[in-house]
Design a protein around this ligand. Structure first.
Ligand SMILES: [Zn+2]
Length: 138
């Protein structure tokens, strides 16, 4: 084996380095243990996001709620943003049920805002269609 201190090539069964008298067996025991500990720490760090993975299934309506606030009905959109942020913070705290309730509420307000914005167009389209049908029947 090679001496970890000076690099001298020793026989495998010697206890001390022939060149510098460094204890080889003590160094050999310490050497494999050293890379093992940072590897364990890395494993613990990388497993942490996986432990939170079930909470990752909470849907995030924050982008949609912001979009409907800007382009659709602002008051309902703001409620949707608040509920989306609440869902995210509850998910981060580990409150899965609360996060799901808040996310469902955010989705409801998002669709309400979208519906109010689209309602005039739907009504207008319906009136136009009725007028066209009425005109062609006359
Ligand atoms: Zn040595």
């Amino acid at each position: 084996m090679y001496c970890p201190t000076c690099g001298w090539r020793n026989a495998d069964d010697v206890a001390r380095c022939a060149n510098c008298r460094q204890e080889l067996q003590a160094a050999q025991v310490g050497a494999p243990g050293q890379p093992r500990q940072p590897y364990k720490q890395q494993e613990a760090f990388s497993s942490q996001p996986y432990a939170q993975d079930p909470f990752g299934s909470v849907p995030d309506y924050l982008v949609w709620s912001i979009l409907v606030t800007v382009f659709c009905f602002l008051p309902f959109g703001i409620v949707a943003i608040v509920k989306s942020a609440e869902a995210n913070s509850r998910r981060d705290m580990g409150d899965y049920d609360g996060a799901m309730r808040a996310a469902q509420s955010a989705r409801m307000w998002t669709f309400l805002s979208l519906g109010i914005a689209l309602a005039p167009f739907v009504i207008f389209a319906a009136v136009v269609i009725v007028c066209i049908i009425a005109a062609t029947k006359v």
